[in-house]
Ligand binder design. Structure first.
Ligand SMILES: *Cc1c(COP(=O)(O)O)cnc(C)c1O
Length: 427
């Protein structure tokens, strides 16, 4: 598949049926798998042979879809998780233990911000947040002896800041740690972070990859490029024997291409069980088959609606990275030359009250805690997804109290604009 373009990989990647086998990815709806002898199964437990034994760890349907996402990102190994949050958690927890520290860009998804600032802290893992606009000096100053990774989002949800991936990767690498990128919003159709130096990519497949609002899910992909063994003292979980797994040293047994995902599967999936259902993986694959076609439409609709909003007097401000004059326009041209996504943030003049009148008057565009759906939807984060954050944290996360997040679906752009126009008239 590697010689094919991204669109062809969306349609056919990950699965090549043999003669007489199902054309569609089969749903292997089985918790367990049968073996003739205990010795054969024992080899699987010892990770000496590959094969399936229990769907909490691995399932053929899920692995087939993970293999497609791996091809799309250009990685060496990948796994699916039960949600995007599970992917972010496993991606960090696979490298950090109690007493460790990591750095995250502050412009990230609200749920991830809370995971890092509150829940991981309770587990003894400390996160320092840095602004996407920080200087190299400020960035360098955030590193500590026990820093294990740097985290950011390609296009932040809902702040829509574009991350300077190459700069973040260079600084992370200068300190001997990997860069993890949540690539949910652009998807690999519009940006492949590994091509800019990122080491691990995560996804909320719930969003554009699924694209139809049908299954919550996540994915983690390893580029296979970060050499854990060069910094073995920083990453003992990967470079020294895992006593909880028959004394395996993941980097020795699976190389730098396979160690990270194997550890996350054998150890974290085993103990935490954030496993996707095979049916969800099947639904995700249906979405992936049209991802390249849909991303263009989402992105074109986003730009058309953003242009309309920018020229309207009832709108205070518009944030859409592909809009000329946007603070991230240059980064967008560099990292997202073929398109961005369908999500726009904007503020209605008149603050909170005007915003809620506007939202109530929408007819075609629905109020939902969701984005990246085929059907357009809209949300006021300060009263919904981000309500647990203080005003200072809201501003640090790039989400002002007047911000409305609009996710342009696959409808006709003119119909979306007409709906917004009539709702603005109601203010
Ligand atoms: C939605 C989202 C998540 C969390 O995904 P869930 O599937 O809802 O758990 C993480 N990161 C980003 C960028 C998201 O948009």
């Amino acid at each position: 598949m590697n010689k094919h373009t991204i669109g062809t990989k969306c349609v056919q990647g990950g699965y090549t049926p043999g003669n007489g086998e199902p054309r569609q990815v089969p749903i292997i709806q089985s918790t367990t798998f049968k073996y003739a002898t205990s010795e054969e199964m024992g080899k699987l437990f010892d990770l000496e042979a590959s094969g399936y034994f229990y769907s909490r760890l691995q399932n053929p349907t899920c692995d087939t879809v993970a293999a497609k996402i791996c091809e799309l990102e250009g990685g060496t190994a990948a796994m699916l998780t039960s949600s995007g949050m599970a992917a972010s958690f496993l991606a960090v927890f696979n490298l950090c233990s109690a007493g460790d520290h990591f750095i995250s860009c502050s412009a990230i998804y609200g749920g991830t911000f809370n995971l890092f600032a509150v829940t991981l802290k309770r587990m003894g893992i400390e996160c320092t947040f840095i602004s996407p606009d920080c200087t190299d000096e400020e960035f360098n100053a955030a590193f500590k002896e026990n820093t294990k990774l740097v985290f950011g989002e390609t296009i932040a949800n809902p702040a829509l800041r574009v991350l300077d991936i190459e700069r973040f990767a260079n600084i992370a690498h200068a300190h001997g740690v990997p860069l993890i990128i949540d690539n949910t919003f652009p998807t690999p159709v519009h940006c492949r972070p590994f091509e800019w130096g990122a080491d691990i990519v995560t996804h909320a497949t719930t969003k554009y990859m699924d694209g139809h609002g049908s299954a919550v899910g996540g994915a983690i992909v390893d580029s296979g490029k970060f050499d854990w063994t060069k910094y073995a003292e920083k990453f003992p979980g990967l470079c020294t024997p895992d006593e909880s797994y028959h004394g395996i040293t993941y980097t020795e047994r699976f190389g730098i291409e396979g160690a990270y995902i194997t550890k996350a599967t054998a150890q974290l999936m085993r103990d935490l069980g954030v496993t996707p259902a095979p049916m969800s993986a099947y639904l995700l694959n249906l979405g992936l088959e049209s991802l390249h076609v849909r991303m263009k439409r989402h992105s074109d609709n986003g730009l058309a609606v953003a242009k309309f909003l920018k020229d309207n007097d009832k709108i205070g401000w518009v944030k859409f990275p592909a809009l000329e004059g946007d603070e991230d326009y240059e980064l967008t041209k560099k990292y997202l030359p073929d398109g961005t996504c369908g999500v726009i943030s904007f503020g209605v003049k008149g603050g909170r009250q005007a915003a809620s009148k506007f939202m109530a008057a929408l007819k075609l565009i629905a109020i939902e805690t969701h984005v990246a759906d085929a059907r357009s939807c809209c949300l006021h984060p300060a009263t919904a997804t981000h309500r647990q954050l203080s005003d200072a944290e809201l501003i640090a996360a790039g989400v002002g109290p007047d911000l409305i997040r609009l996710s342009c679906g696959l409808e006709d752009a003119n119909d979306l604009i007409a709906d917004i126009e009539q709702a603005l008239a109601a203010i």
